[in-house]
Unconditional design. Sequence first.
Length: 344
Amino acid sequence: MSEIISIPELVAVCVEAAERACSRIRSIHATGNLKAIEKGDGTDALTGRPMADTQTEADRQSEKIIFSVIKKHYPELRIIGEEESSSCSLAFDEDAEEVLLSPRVITSRSTVLKNLDVPVHAPTSELTLFVDPLDGTNEFVSGHLHCVSVLIGIARNGIRLAGVIGRPFPDTEVCNDELMYALVGQGVFVDHCEININKKVNNLVKITTTLKRTSRVMSRIFELMTPVDIVKEGGAGWKFWLVASGRVDCYQYARPGTKKWDALAGDAVISTLGGAVTDACGRPIVYSTDPATFNNEWGIIASVDRSFHFSKLVVACHAALCEDPGSEWPKGLEIPPLTRESNL
Ligand code: AMP
Ligand code: MG
Ligand code: MG
């Protein structure tokens, strides 16, 4: 028999874990010694092109802290972390840990519980957490610190349920908020204040995408959606944040590369706001525990305006994909049919 737990309480623990992790990321950054190693072989596994897949001491320690804090409260909970296979054996003493928080976002379980004051429960056996302990490692190493985030997503039976996004380096010029959390059906909170976005997309679509080279298919999508204002930014978590906060209309990464831990927290946030997060064919992202499914092999796209998402963004992505599947997409797999909102 698995234990039945309160989801708001779990979210509150995840908020605490994210804040402790952000604090540790900041202190490692301050040492100036990031101890970066290359996880992959220096090439993109899908395209063979040169690509860094870097891991730093901050990625390793952040994951260790998040696992320790959550496992202390929920030893049975299934947590899948990006760095799990290579996680260092750092001893983590939560009580000895100094947490450097801004006065605005002091770790406060009671504040989260007050905001999420609903009796939502689930058995631990139905829950899986996906953790990206430091999203935007390339930006962390290159000093584009506002793009860095800590991502903790909670799925129930493979479907997004809740998410926490922490920003270790809130940059005053770009955005000085540092914490976002959501429980589907309940609300999204930025630095503990509820946000609502009721956004309709104008003729000129403001669309965020990777700082890296855009693929042929991704460029074609922009052509099909013209006029567009392209906002190139690093990190998946930060791009979800830009959509959720209304700074852009949508996020387009219609190619493989991201993993489930890049998507789940942002998916929970955008879904709670009434938006949509799907693959490039309009299918919802399923958060299975099977490692063979961890790649978002048909990409991720997100919009806060759900009707725009299905009538414009998905249609452009699917059309571009069918015109030219592109060398980076899974070989030998047929392109899935376009999923319309009415099919969901
Ligand atoms: P980007 O939009 O390029 O900044 O990517 C967002 C996040 O997705 C990165 O921080 C990585 O976590 C992940 N990601 C995207 N593309 C790849 C890739 N080709 N290989 C590994 N991770 C990727
Ligand atoms: Mg990532
Ligand atoms: Mg990462």
